[in-house]
Design a binder for this molecule. Structure first.
Ligand code: HAM
Length: 499
Protein backbone atom coordinates (compact mmCIF):
# COMPACT_ATOMS: atom_id res chain seq x y z
CA UNK A 1 0.00 0.00 0.00
CA UNK A 2 1.17 3.52 -0.72
CA UNK A 3 2.72 5.40 2.18
CA UNK A 4 0.72 8.48 1.11
CA UNK A 5 -2.85 9.12 2.07
CA UNK A 6 -5.34 9.23 -0.79
CA UNK A 7 -5.52 12.76 -2.25
CA UNK A 8 -8.97 14.26 -2.08
CA UNK A 9 -8.91 16.24 -5.31
CA UNK A 10 -11.96 18.28 -4.46
CA UNK A 11 -9.83 19.83 -1.72
CA UNK A 12 -7.03 20.96 -3.99
CA UNK A 13 -8.48 24.44 -4.38
CA UNK A 14 -8.43 25.10 -0.67
CA UNK A 15 -5.49 27.19 0.36
CA UNK A 16 -4.37 26.86 3.95
CA UNK A 17 -1.98 29.59 5.13
CA UNK A 18 1.40 28.13 4.52
CA UNK A 19 3.67 30.61 6.27
CA UNK A 20 2.99 28.58 9.38
CA UNK A 21 5.26 26.42 11.37
CA UNK A 22 5.25 23.19 9.42
CA UNK A 23 6.93 20.05 10.56
CA UNK A 24 8.45 18.92 7.28
CA UNK A 25 8.55 15.26 8.20
CA UNK A 26 6.75 13.22 10.75
CA UNK A 27 9.36 10.80 12.07
CA UNK A 28 6.64 8.48 13.27
CA UNK A 29 4.84 8.27 9.94
CA UNK A 30 7.95 8.79 7.79
CA UNK A 31 6.18 10.72 5.11
CA UNK A 32 6.20 14.27 3.82
CA UNK A 33 4.45 17.38 4.96
CA UNK A 34 1.03 17.18 6.45
CA UNK A 35 0.09 19.39 9.33
CA UNK A 36 -2.56 19.42 11.96
CA UNK A 37 -5.56 21.72 12.05
CA UNK A 38 -4.51 22.64 15.59
CA UNK A 39 -1.11 23.87 14.42
CA UNK A 40 -2.80 25.83 11.61
CA UNK A 41 -5.01 27.72 13.97
CA UNK A 42 -2.50 28.53 16.64
CA UNK A 43 0.27 29.60 14.26
CA UNK A 44 -1.94 31.63 11.97
CA UNK A 45 -2.79 33.89 14.88
CA UNK A 46 0.84 34.88 15.18
CA UNK A 47 1.77 34.75 11.54
CA UNK A 48 0.12 37.83 10.11
CA UNK A 49 2.27 40.50 11.70
CA UNK A 50 4.72 41.13 8.85
CA UNK A 51 5.02 44.89 8.52
CA UNK A 52 5.50 44.63 4.76
CA UNK A 53 2.41 42.49 4.20
CA UNK A 54 -0.20 44.21 2.08
CA UNK A 55 -3.85 43.41 1.42
CA UNK A 56 -2.49 41.40 -1.45
CA UNK A 57 -1.27 38.87 1.05
CA UNK A 58 -4.64 38.16 2.51
CA UNK A 59 -6.01 34.92 1.15
CA UNK A 60 -9.73 35.32 0.69
CA UNK A 61 -10.30 31.58 0.94
CA UNK A 62 -11.62 29.90 4.05
CA UNK A 63 -9.39 27.64 6.07
CA UNK A 64 -10.00 24.11 4.89
CA UNK A 65 -11.49 21.56 7.19
CA UNK A 66 -9.35 18.55 8.01
CA UNK A 67 -9.56 15.60 5.65
CA UNK A 68 -11.70 13.04 7.40
CA UNK A 69 -9.71 9.94 8.12
CA UNK A 70 -10.79 6.57 9.39
CA UNK A 71 -10.73 6.41 13.19
CA UNK A 72 -7.58 4.82 14.53
CA UNK A 73 -5.66 5.52 11.31
CA UNK A 74 -3.34 7.88 13.16
CA UNK A 75 -4.15 10.76 10.80
CA UNK A 76 -7.32 12.20 12.29
CA UNK A 77 -6.14 15.80 12.24
CA UNK A 78 -4.22 15.86 8.98
CA UNK A 79 -5.22 17.94 6.04
CA UNK A 80 -4.01 18.33 2.54
CA UNK A 81 -0.92 20.47 2.07
CA UNK A 82 -1.37 23.65 0.05
CA UNK A 83 -0.64 22.61 -3.52
CA UNK A 84 0.13 26.18 -4.57
CA UNK A 85 3.71 27.41 -4.51
CA UNK A 86 4.42 30.28 -2.08
CA UNK A 87 2.55 33.44 -3.00
CA UNK A 88 4.19 35.34 -5.85
CA UNK A 89 6.25 32.35 -7.00
CA UNK A 90 5.62 29.98 -9.86
CA UNK A 91 5.70 26.33 -10.72
CA UNK A 92 6.77 25.60 -14.25
CA UNK A 93 4.79 22.65 -15.60
CA UNK A 94 6.13 21.34 -18.94
CA UNK A 95 4.27 23.81 -21.18
CA UNK A 96 5.44 26.80 -19.11
CA UNK A 97 8.94 25.39 -19.01
CA UNK A 98 8.94 25.12 -22.80
CA UNK A 99 8.02 28.80 -23.03
CA UNK A 100 10.66 29.75 -20.47
CA UNK A 101 13.35 27.76 -22.28
CA UNK A 102 12.34 29.31 -25.58
CA UNK A 103 12.57 32.84 -24.13
CA UNK A 104 15.92 32.12 -22.50
CA UNK A 105 17.13 30.75 -25.81
CA UNK A 106 16.26 34.10 -27.40
CA UNK A 107 18.17 35.90 -24.62
CA UNK A 108 21.17 33.63 -25.14
CA UNK A 109 21.07 33.99 -28.90
CA UNK A 110 21.04 37.80 -28.77
CA UNK A 111 23.89 37.71 -26.24
CA UNK A 112 25.88 35.45 -28.56
CA UNK A 113 25.18 37.71 -31.53
CA UNK A 114 26.52 40.67 -29.51
CA UNK A 115 29.54 38.58 -28.54
CA UNK A 116 28.87 38.42 -24.79
CA UNK A 117 30.08 35.60 -22.51
CA UNK A 118 27.77 33.84 -20.08
CA UNK A 119 28.45 34.01 -16.33
CA UNK A 120 26.52 32.84 -13.28
CA UNK A 121 26.30 33.63 -9.57
CA UNK A 122 24.67 32.11 -6.52
CA UNK A 123 21.06 33.05 -5.84
CA UNK A 124 22.02 33.17 -2.16
CA UNK A 125 24.31 36.11 -1.50
CA UNK A 126 25.76 37.91 1.47
CA UNK A 127 23.35 40.56 2.77
CA UNK A 128 26.17 43.12 2.92
CA UNK A 129 26.18 43.24 -0.86
CA UNK A 130 22.68 44.74 -0.83
CA UNK A 131 22.87 47.13 2.10
CA UNK A 132 22.60 50.60 0.59
CA UNK A 133 21.63 53.76 2.36
CA UNK A 134 19.76 55.64 -0.33
CA UNK A 135 16.35 54.28 0.70
CA UNK A 136 15.71 52.23 -2.43
CA UNK A 137 12.59 50.08 -2.50
CA UNK A 138 14.65 47.04 -3.45
CA UNK A 139 16.54 47.08 -0.14
CA UNK A 140 13.24 47.05 1.73
CA UNK A 141 12.01 44.04 -0.23
CA UNK A 142 14.84 41.69 0.64
CA UNK A 143 14.29 38.05 1.39
CA UNK A 144 16.98 38.14 4.09
CA UNK A 145 17.73 35.82 6.96
CA UNK A 146 20.44 34.33 9.08
CA UNK A 147 21.81 30.98 7.96
CA UNK A 148 22.64 28.15 10.36
CA UNK A 149 26.17 29.55 10.71
CA UNK A 150 24.84 32.92 11.85
CA UNK A 151 25.67 34.70 8.58
CA UNK A 152 23.29 37.31 7.23
CA UNK A 153 22.28 36.22 3.74
CA UNK A 154 19.72 37.21 1.10
CA UNK A 155 18.04 35.65 -1.87
CA UNK A 156 19.37 38.18 -4.37
CA UNK A 157 16.85 40.78 -5.54
CA UNK A 158 19.02 41.65 -8.57
CA UNK A 159 22.28 40.49 -10.11
CA UNK A 160 24.39 43.63 -10.58
CA UNK A 161 26.06 43.57 -7.11
CA UNK A 162 27.09 39.92 -7.64
CA UNK A 163 28.58 40.85 -10.98
CA UNK A 164 30.49 43.72 -9.37
CA UNK A 165 31.71 41.30 -6.68
CA UNK A 166 33.08 38.92 -9.30
CA UNK A 167 34.75 41.75 -11.23
CA UNK A 168 36.49 42.82 -8.00
CA UNK A 169 37.41 39.19 -7.19
CA UNK A 170 38.96 38.64 -10.60
CA UNK A 171 40.95 41.85 -10.19
CA UNK A 172 43.69 42.55 -12.65
CA UNK A 173 43.66 38.99 -14.03
CA UNK A 174 41.01 39.89 -16.59
CA UNK A 175 41.48 42.11 -19.58
CA UNK A 176 38.89 44.80 -20.05
CA UNK A 177 36.39 45.31 -21.42
CA UNK A 178 34.28 42.45 -20.12
CA UNK A 179 31.03 41.72 -21.90
CA UNK A 180 29.04 39.41 -19.67
CA UNK A 181 25.50 38.12 -19.70
CA UNK A 182 23.58 35.98 -17.27
CA UNK A 183 20.05 34.67 -16.76
CA UNK A 184 19.07 34.12 -13.16
CA UNK A 185 16.30 34.09 -10.64
CA UNK A 186 15.79 37.13 -8.43
CA UNK A 187 13.64 37.51 -5.33
CA UNK A 188 11.81 40.64 -4.18
CA UNK A 189 9.06 40.82 -1.60
CA UNK A 190 6.97 42.99 -3.92
CA UNK A 191 3.38 43.97 -4.02
CA UNK A 192 2.23 41.94 -6.98
CA UNK A 193 0.84 43.55 -10.10
CA UNK A 194 0.61 42.28 -13.63
CA UNK A 195 4.09 41.11 -14.61
CA UNK A 196 5.55 41.79 -11.15
CA UNK A 197 6.17 38.80 -8.95
CA UNK A 198 8.12 37.88 -5.85
CA UNK A 199 10.39 35.72 -7.92
CA UNK A 200 11.38 36.42 -11.49
CA UNK A 201 14.14 35.60 -13.90
CA UNK A 202 16.29 38.37 -15.25
CA UNK A 203 18.45 38.43 -18.32
CA UNK A 204 21.34 40.79 -17.63
CA UNK A 205 23.89 42.13 -20.09
CA UNK A 206 26.72 44.23 -18.72
CA UNK A 207 29.79 45.86 -20.20
CA UNK A 208 32.63 46.53 -17.77
CA UNK A 209 35.50 48.84 -18.67
CA UNK A 210 33.99 51.01 -21.41
CA UNK A 211 33.57 54.65 -20.35
CA UNK A 212 32.23 55.76 -23.73
CA UNK A 213 28.57 55.85 -24.79
CA UNK A 214 29.39 53.00 -27.17
CA UNK A 215 28.57 50.66 -24.27
CA UNK A 216 25.04 52.03 -23.89
CA UNK A 217 24.57 51.96 -27.67
CA UNK A 218 25.55 48.28 -27.77
CA UNK A 219 23.18 47.41 -24.94
CA UNK A 220 20.25 49.19 -26.58
CA UNK A 221 21.14 47.34 -29.79
CA UNK A 222 20.81 44.05 -27.90
CA UNK A 223 17.40 44.99 -26.47
CA UNK A 224 16.08 46.07 -29.87
CA UNK A 225 17.41 42.90 -31.49
CA UNK A 226 15.60 40.82 -28.89
CA UNK A 227 12.32 42.66 -29.50
CA UNK A 228 12.69 42.20 -33.25
CA UNK A 229 13.34 38.48 -32.85
CA UNK A 230 10.17 38.19 -30.77
CA UNK A 231 8.11 39.95 -33.44
CA UNK A 232 7.69 43.14 -31.42
CA UNK A 233 7.94 46.37 -33.39
CA UNK A 234 8.82 49.95 -32.49
CA UNK A 235 5.12 50.80 -32.62
CA UNK A 236 4.52 48.28 -29.81
CA UNK A 237 7.45 49.25 -27.62
CA UNK A 238 9.70 52.24 -27.04
CA UNK A 239 12.84 52.83 -25.02
CA UNK A 240 12.95 56.00 -22.93
CA UNK A 241 16.39 57.37 -22.33
CA UNK A 242 17.84 60.03 -20.07
CA UNK A 243 20.93 60.56 -17.95
CA UNK A 244 21.39 60.95 -14.23
CA UNK A 245 23.87 63.65 -15.13
CA UNK A 246 20.82 65.82 -15.95
CA UNK A 247 19.81 65.69 -12.29
CA UNK A 248 23.41 66.13 -11.25
CA UNK A 249 23.61 69.35 -13.30
CA UNK A 250 20.37 70.63 -11.75
CA UNK A 251 21.66 69.87 -8.24
CA UNK A 252 24.87 71.74 -9.06
CA UNK A 253 22.84 74.71 -10.28
CA UNK A 254 21.25 74.88 -6.85
CA UNK A 255 24.47 74.08 -4.94
CA UNK A 256 23.02 70.87 -3.47
CA UNK A 257 25.85 68.74 -1.98
CA UNK A 258 27.07 65.83 -4.13
CA UNK A 259 26.61 63.37 -1.23
CA UNK A 260 22.81 63.72 -1.59
CA UNK A 261 22.88 62.65 -5.24
CA UNK A 262 21.94 58.95 -4.93
CA UNK A 263 19.23 59.62 -2.35
CA UNK A 264 17.74 62.44 -4.45
CA UNK A 265 17.67 60.14 -7.52
CA UNK A 266 15.82 57.45 -5.58
CA UNK A 267 13.25 59.98 -4.33
CA UNK A 268 12.83 61.65 -7.71
CA UNK A 269 12.19 58.26 -9.30
CA UNK A 270 8.94 58.20 -7.32
CA UNK A 271 7.49 61.10 -9.39
CA UNK A 272 4.39 59.77 -11.09
CA UNK A 273 4.16 56.90 -8.57
CA UNK A 274 3.33 59.06 -5.54
CA UNK A 275 2.07 62.68 -5.57
CA UNK A 276 4.41 65.55 -6.41
CA UNK A 277 3.76 66.96 -2.93
CA UNK A 278 4.94 63.72 -1.31
CA UNK A 279 8.07 63.68 -3.48
CA UNK A 280 8.69 67.33 -2.63
CA UNK A 281 8.30 66.58 1.08
CA UNK A 282 10.80 63.70 0.89
CA UNK A 283 13.29 65.87 -1.00
CA UNK A 284 13.05 68.64 1.56
CA UNK A 285 13.56 66.12 4.40
CA UNK A 286 16.64 64.86 2.52
CA UNK A 287 18.05 68.40 2.51
CA UNK A 288 17.03 69.80 -0.88
CA UNK A 289 15.75 73.40 -0.87
CA UNK A 290 12.20 73.99 -2.11
CA UNK A 291 13.61 76.21 -4.88
CA UNK A 292 15.77 73.29 -6.08
CA UNK A 293 12.78 70.96 -5.84
CA UNK A 294 10.89 73.26 -8.22
CA UNK A 295 13.87 73.31 -10.56
CA UNK A 296 14.14 69.50 -10.51
CA UNK A 297 10.45 68.96 -11.24
CA UNK A 298 10.60 71.48 -14.10
CA UNK A 299 13.64 69.95 -15.77
CA UNK A 300 12.35 66.40 -15.39
CA UNK A 301 9.21 67.25 -17.34
CA UNK A 302 11.28 67.97 -20.49
CA UNK A 303 11.01 65.56 -23.38
CA UNK A 304 13.22 67.37 -25.87
CA UNK A 305 17.01 67.45 -25.85
CA UNK A 306 16.98 70.95 -27.37
CA UNK A 307 14.89 72.29 -24.50
CA UNK A 308 17.16 70.54 -22.02
CA UNK A 309 20.18 72.13 -23.68
CA UNK A 310 18.48 75.53 -23.45
CA UNK A 311 18.07 75.07 -19.67
CA UNK A 312 21.36 73.38 -18.78
CA UNK A 313 23.67 74.80 -21.46
CA UNK A 314 25.50 72.78 -24.07
CA UNK A 315 28.63 72.03 -22.07
CA UNK A 316 27.09 69.62 -19.57
CA UNK A 317 28.11 65.98 -19.99
CA UNK A 318 24.49 64.79 -20.00
CA UNK A 319 23.78 66.62 -23.24
CA UNK A 320 26.94 65.38 -24.97
CA UNK A 321 26.30 61.76 -23.87
CA UNK A 322 22.68 61.76 -24.96
CA UNK A 323 23.48 63.41 -28.31
CA UNK A 324 26.14 60.78 -28.90
CA UNK A 325 23.70 57.97 -28.14
CA UNK A 326 21.06 59.38 -30.47
CA UNK A 327 23.62 59.83 -33.21
CA UNK A 328 24.90 56.24 -32.82
CA UNK A 329 21.29 55.03 -32.81
CA UNK A 330 20.91 56.45 -36.33
CA UNK A 331 23.88 54.40 -37.50
CA UNK A 332 22.73 51.22 -35.78
CA UNK A 333 19.32 51.76 -37.35
CA UNK A 334 17.24 51.74 -34.18
CA UNK A 335 16.52 55.45 -33.64
CA UNK A 336 12.76 54.90 -34.07
CA UNK A 337 12.85 52.85 -30.85
CA UNK A 338 14.38 55.45 -28.55
CA UNK A 339 13.10 58.75 -27.17
CA UNK A 340 14.56 61.23 -24.73
CA UNK A 341 12.54 61.58 -21.54
CA UNK A 342 14.10 63.49 -18.66
CA UNK A 343 11.70 61.86 -16.17
CA UNK A 344 13.55 58.53 -16.47
CA UNK A 345 15.78 58.39 -13.42
CA UNK A 346 15.38 54.73 -12.28
CA UNK A 347 15.02 53.57 -8.72
CA UNK A 348 18.42 52.02 -8.04
CA UNK A 349 20.97 54.15 -6.21
CA UNK A 350 24.06 53.17 -8.15
CA UNK A 351 23.35 54.60 -11.61
CA UNK A 352 25.55 57.55 -12.53
CA UNK A 353 24.99 58.34 -16.22
CA UNK A 354 22.68 57.31 -19.05
CA UNK A 355 19.62 55.37 -17.87
CA UNK A 356 16.96 53.70 -19.99
CA UNK A 357 13.74 51.73 -19.72
CA UNK A 358 11.65 49.90 -22.30
CA UNK A 359 7.89 50.34 -22.09
CA UNK A 360 4.82 49.18 -24.01
CA UNK A 361 3.37 52.08 -25.94
CA UNK A 362 -0.19 51.24 -24.86
CA UNK A 363 0.93 51.87 -21.28
CA UNK A 364 -0.71 48.73 -19.92
CA UNK A 365 2.36 47.16 -18.36
CA UNK A 366 5.22 48.02 -16.02
CA UNK A 367 8.76 48.54 -17.42
CA UNK A 368 9.81 45.67 -19.67
CA UNK A 369 13.48 46.14 -18.93
CA UNK A 370 15.79 48.77 -17.56
CA UNK A 371 19.39 49.65 -17.08
CA UNK A 372 22.07 52.26 -17.21
CA UNK A 373 25.61 53.29 -16.40
CA UNK A 374 26.97 52.63 -12.94
CA UNK A 375 30.55 53.89 -12.94
CA UNK A 376 30.89 54.12 -9.18
CA UNK A 377 29.39 50.90 -7.85
CA UNK A 378 32.72 49.15 -7.36
CA UNK A 379 34.06 51.84 -5.03
CA UNK A 380 31.04 51.38 -2.76
CA UNK A 381 32.44 47.86 -2.21
CA UNK A 382 35.89 49.27 -1.38
CA UNK A 383 37.50 48.64 -4.77
CA UNK A 384 38.77 50.99 -7.45
CA UNK A 385 36.04 52.07 -9.81
CA UNK A 386 35.73 50.68 -13.30
CA UNK A 387 33.21 52.17 -15.72
CA UNK A 388 30.25 49.84 -16.13
CA UNK A 389 26.91 49.75 -17.82
CA UNK A 390 24.16 47.16 -18.18
CA UNK A 391 20.51 46.23 -18.10
CA UNK A 392 18.12 43.74 -16.55
CA UNK A 393 15.29 42.26 -18.59
CA UNK A 394 12.66 40.26 -16.71
CA UNK A 395 10.83 37.19 -17.96
CA UNK A 396 7.38 38.18 -16.71
CA UNK A 397 6.42 41.47 -18.36
CA UNK A 398 7.66 40.39 -21.78
CA UNK A 399 5.47 37.26 -21.66
CA UNK A 400 2.47 39.45 -20.77
CA UNK A 401 3.27 41.64 -23.76
CA UNK A 402 3.68 38.68 -26.11
CA UNK A 403 0.29 37.42 -24.93
CA UNK A 404 -1.28 40.86 -25.54
CA UNK A 405 0.12 41.00 -29.06
CA UNK A 406 -0.70 37.38 -29.91
CA UNK A 407 2.99 36.66 -30.39
CA UNK A 408 3.41 33.70 -28.07
CA UNK A 409 4.96 30.85 -30.06
CA UNK A 410 3.20 27.54 -30.42
CA UNK A 411 5.57 25.28 -28.54
CA UNK A 412 4.42 21.70 -28.66
CA UNK A 413 6.44 18.77 -27.44
CA UNK A 414 8.88 17.48 -29.97
CA UNK A 415 9.65 13.76 -29.99
CA UNK A 416 11.40 12.07 -32.91
CA UNK A 417 10.32 8.47 -32.41
CA UNK A 418 7.92 6.46 -30.36
CA UNK A 419 8.98 2.87 -29.94
CA UNK A 420 6.23 0.44 -29.03
CA UNK A 421 6.48 -3.32 -28.55
CA UNK A 422 3.31 -4.98 -29.82
CA UNK A 423 3.89 -7.85 -27.46
CA UNK A 424 4.95 -7.77 -23.81
CA UNK A 425 7.62 -10.36 -24.54
CA UNK A 426 9.29 -7.93 -26.90
CA UNK A 427 10.21 -5.42 -24.21
CA UNK A 428 13.91 -6.32 -24.48
CA UNK A 429 13.88 -5.90 -28.26
CA UNK A 430 12.05 -2.57 -27.94
CA UNK A 431 14.69 -1.42 -25.45
CA UNK A 432 17.37 -2.31 -27.98
CA UNK A 433 15.65 -0.32 -30.75
CA UNK A 434 15.14 2.70 -28.46
CA UNK A 435 18.70 2.57 -27.26
CA UNK A 436 20.10 2.36 -30.83
CA UNK A 437 18.10 5.41 -31.90
CA UNK A 438 19.01 7.35 -28.76
CA UNK A 439 22.70 6.72 -29.44
CA UNK A 440 22.11 8.38 -32.79
CA UNK A 441 20.70 11.42 -30.97
CA UNK A 442 17.02 10.82 -31.59
CA UNK A 443 14.54 11.79 -28.92
CA UNK A 444 12.76 8.50 -28.27
CA UNK A 445 9.76 7.81 -26.12
CA UNK A 446 9.57 4.12 -25.23
CA UNK A 447 5.96 3.22 -24.57
CA UNK A 448 4.53 -0.04 -23.27
CA UNK A 449 1.47 -1.56 -21.65
CA UNK A 450 -0.87 0.60 -23.71
CA UNK A 451 -3.36 -0.07 -26.44
CA UNK A 452 -2.28 0.74 -30.00
CA UNK A 453 -5.07 3.32 -30.23
CA UNK A 454 -3.64 5.14 -27.20
CA UNK A 455 -0.16 5.03 -28.74
CA UNK A 456 -1.40 6.72 -31.92
CA UNK A 457 -3.15 9.43 -29.92
CA UNK A 458 -0.05 9.88 -27.79
CA UNK A 459 2.11 10.20 -30.92
CA UNK A 460 -0.14 13.02 -32.10
CA UNK A 461 -0.07 14.73 -28.71
CA UNK A 462 3.72 14.78 -28.50
CA UNK A 463 4.21 15.67 -32.18
CA UNK A 464 6.21 12.52 -32.82
CA UNK A 465 7.68 12.13 -36.29
CA UNK A 466 7.62 8.34 -36.41
CA UNK A 467 6.06 5.39 -34.69
CA UNK A 468 8.27 2.32 -34.57
CA UNK A 469 6.36 -0.85 -33.89
CA UNK A 470 8.31 -3.85 -32.66
CA UNK A 471 6.25 -6.90 -33.65
CA UNK A 472 6.99 -10.61 -33.38
CA UNK A 473 6.86 -11.63 -37.03
CA UNK A 474 8.91 -8.63 -38.18
CA UNK A 475 11.47 -9.18 -35.44
CA UNK A 476 11.95 -12.82 -36.55
CA UNK A 477 13.05 -11.36 -39.90
CA UNK A 478 15.31 -8.72 -38.26
CA UNK A 479 12.85 -5.97 -39.11
CA UNK A 480 10.66 -3.36 -37.41
CA UNK A 481 7.61 -1.55 -38.77
CA UNK A 482 7.92 2.24 -39.18
CA UNK A 483 5.02 4.64 -39.56
CA UNK A 484 5.80 8.20 -40.62
CA UNK A 485 3.13 10.20 -38.89
CA UNK A 486 3.08 13.29 -41.09
CA UNK A 487 2.55 11.33 -44.34
CA UNK A 488 0.94 8.15 -42.90
CA UNK A 489 3.54 6.26 -44.95
CA UNK A 490 4.29 2.83 -43.49
CA UNK A 491 7.17 0.49 -44.24
CA UNK A 492 9.38 -2.20 -42.78
CA UNK A 493 13.07 -1.64 -42.27
CA UNK A 494 16.04 -3.58 -40.99
CA UNK A 495 16.88 -2.76 -37.39
CA UNK A 496 20.48 -1.84 -38.17
CA UNK A 497 19.30 0.41 -41.01
CA UNK A 498 17.03 2.48 -38.77
CA UNK A 499 18.11 6.08 -38.97
P1 HAM B 1 15.41 46.69 -12.26
O1 HAM B 1 14.80 47.81 -13.03
O2 HAM B 1 15.16 46.65 -10.81
O3 HAM B 1 16.97 46.74 -12.55
O4 HAM B 1 14.94 45.32 -12.87
C1 HAM B 1 15.18 45.05 -14.23
C2 HAM B 1 13.99 44.34 -14.85
O5 HAM B 1 13.73 43.15 -14.11
C3 HAM B 1 12.68 45.09 -14.80
O6 HAM B 1 12.59 46.02 -15.84
C4 HAM B 1 11.70 43.95 -14.97
O7 HAM B 1 11.72 43.48 -16.31
C5 HAM B 1 12.36 42.86 -14.13
N1 HAM B 1 11.82 42.86 -12.76
C6 HAM B 1 12.26 43.53 -11.70
N2 HAM B 1 11.52 43.24 -10.61
C7 HAM B 1 10.60 42.35 -11.00
C8 HAM B 1 9.54 41.64 -10.35
N3 HAM B 1 9.28 41.79 -9.07
N4 HAM B 1 8.78 40.79 -11.07
C9 HAM B 1 9.03 40.61 -12.39
N5 HAM B 1 10.00 41.24 -13.06
C10 HAM B 1 10.79 42.10 -12.38
C11 HAM B 1 17.86 45.88 -12.01
O8 HAM B 1 17.58 44.89 -11.37
C12 HAM B 1 19.29 46.21 -12.39
N6 HAM B 1 20.17 45.38 -11.59
C13 HAM B 1 19.49 46.01 -13.87
C14 HAM B 1 20.89 46.30 -14.31
C15 HAM B 1 21.80 45.38 -14.77
N7 HAM B 1 21.46 47.49 -14.31
C16 HAM B 1 22.69 47.35 -14.74
N8 HAM B 1 22.92 46.08 -15.00
Amino acid sequence: MSAFPVLHHHLLFLRPRLHLSLRPFSPRLRRPVFFSAASVQCSSASSSSSSTASRDDIDEVAEPPGVPSPPGSGRETQQLIDVNPPRGTRDFPPEDMRLRNWLFQQFREVSRILSFEEVDFPVLESEALFIRKAGEEITQQLYNFEDKGGRRVVLRPEITPSLARLVIKQGKSVSLPLKWFTIGQCWRYERMTRGRRREHYQWNMDIIGVPRVRAEAELVNAIVLLFERLGITSSDVGIRVSSRKVLQAVLQMYAIPERLFAEVCVIVDKLGKITNEEVEKELIIAGVTSEAVKGIVEVLSLTSLDKLEAVLGSDVEAIADLKKLFSLAEHYGYSQWITFDASIVRGLAYYTGIVFEAFDREGKLRAICGGGRYDRLLSTFGSDDIPACGFGFGDAVIVELLKEKGLLPDLGRQVDDIVFPLDEELEGQASMVASTLRRKGHSVDLVEEKRLKWVFKHAERVNASRLILVGNSEWQRGMVRVKVLSTREEYETKIDELN
